[in-house]
Design a protein around this ligand. Sequence first.
Ligand code: ZN
Length: 153
Amino acid sequence: MGRFRKTINEIRSKSFPEIKGKILLIIIPFPIPGGSVHWPLPRLKLLALTTKCRKLDDMVLRGIIAHELSHLSAFEKWGYKKFWKFYRKATKKEVIKHEKDTDKLTIKKGYGKEVIATKKKAKELLEGTRWEKYLDNYLTEEEVKKYIKKLEK
Ligand SMILES: [Zn+2]
């Protein structure tokens, strides 16, 4: 079994038992590391990782995968119809809020350290490039640390 599949299975069975059905892994050629998810059929979910994820260390890879599984966990709660409504109708503002909520869920699931590692790596790789603006769609490293502290109280 490949490293991506193994990591997905491990994190899913440990922390995301609520996600139902099959998760198909797709690997997409892309110049930067990243992931995304989709729900094309009621019993089939997709998790895509880019080829550049192969270069990431385990901590960062786990952070990305836990974030993507957090999306699927939220979608599961919404149901298939609401997912499609969101996918087709969400405004940019709603999408950004959903990304930040997803970072928070990832932290609640126990992957705070991993999320911080992905933030550091994303900043290192994206700052000063054409992808830099994507950093604004997510919590910053400082916001992540603040949220972790808030949960510890
Ligand atoms: Zn996301």
